[in-house]
Design a protein. Structure first.
Length: 236
C-alpha cells in the first residue's frame, strides 16, 4: 500500500480452519485472490458445494488489487479439505507451502505487546496478536461458531523502519461497539478500509472493521490500544 511492500503475514495469508468431529466438521476461512483469480475460484467453490459467505476487500489502494473470499461448509473433514483444495489450486498459492525461513527479529515486540496488553507471535519485521471483543456465543446454521474461526480480532503489525510501523487486521464486534470503534480509529489517524460481514445469518450479528495504520510506532500502537479500549468499553 503506497510505498510499503506489504508482508504476506500481515494481510495476504489465505487460511482454512476446522472444528468439530472428523465426520461432521465445520470448515471456515478465507481465500486471498487477485482480480483475475476471482471468477474461476468462485465457480470452483460453487462446483464443490462450498458456501461463499462474503466477497470483498480488506485493504484499500493496494497494487495489485486483492480480494478476500470467506467460505463456510460442513461435512467430513478430509472431504471438505479435498474439495477446498480444488479451488486453492486455481490460485498462485505456492504448492507445497514452504514455511518461511527464520529471520532476525526487527520489530519491537516489547513495545507492541506492552502497549496492546497481550502477547502474540513475531518473526522478522512482523508481529501478530489476536483478541476477542465479543463476549457472547455466536451461532450459525444452528451450530456454535468457534471464536478463532469466525469472530476473533487479529491485529498484524509490520516494522517498515525503526521510525515507521504499519498495521492491519479486523475488529470483530457487535453493533453497539461499531460507532465508538470507528471514532477511536478516526481520532488516531487510522483508516477503516472496510465495514462489512463475513458470516451469513449468524446470531447475534457480527460486524468486521478492517483498518490500515501507518505512522510512528508509538502513535500507531496508541491508536490501536485506544480502538481496543473503545470496543471493550462499548461491549460491556
Amino acid at each position: 500500500m503506497g510505498d510499503v511492500t506489504v508482508a504476506p503475514a500481515i494481510a495476504l495469508g489465505a487460511w482454512l480452519g476446522f472444528d468439530g468431529p472428523p465426520t461432521d466438521a465445520v470448515m471456515m476461512g478465507d481465500l486471498v485472490v487477485t482480480a483475475t483469480e476471482l471468477k474461476p475460484v468462485l465457480a470452483e467453490l460453487a462446483r464443490q458445494r462450498i458456501r461463499v459467505t462474503a466477497v470483498h476487500n480488506h485493504l484499500a489502494g493496494e497494487e495489485p488489487a486483492v480480494m478476500y473470499i470467506h467460505v463456510h461448509a460442513h461435512g467430513v473433514a478430509t472431504e471438505l479439505a479435498g474439495r477446498a483444495d480444488h479451488a486453492v489450486a486455481l490460485t498462485a498459492t505456492p504448492r507445497p507451502v514452504v514455511p518461511p525461513a527464520a529471520t532476525p527479529l526487527t520489530i519491537d515486540t516489547a513495545a507492541v505487546f506492552a502497549t496492546l496488553g497481550a502477547r502474540g507471535r513475531a518473526q522478522g519485521s512482523v508481529a501478530q496478536l489476536s483478541f476477542q471483543l465479543i463476549d457472547v456465543a455466536v451461532t450459525m446454521d444452528g451450530r456454535p461458531v468457534l471464536p478463532s474461526l469466525g469472530y476473533g480480532t487479529p491485529i498484524n503489525l509490520q516494522a517498515v523502519s525503526p521510525t515507521r510501523l504499519v498495521a492491519t487486521g479486523d475488529f470483530a464486534i457487535a453493533g453497539r461497539q461499531l460507532d465508538p470503534l470507528l471514532a477511536a480509529l478516526a481520532g488516531h489517524g487510522i483508516t477503516a478500509t472496510g465495514v462489512h460481514s463475513h458470516l451469513v445469518d449468524e446470531s447475534p450479528h457480527v460486524y468486521y472493521v478492517h483498518f490500515w495504520a501507518d505512522g510512528a510506532p508509538a502513535d500507531v500502537l496508541a491508536g490501536l490500544r485506544a480502538a481496543l479500549d473503545a470496543a471493550r468499553g462499548a461491549g460491556k
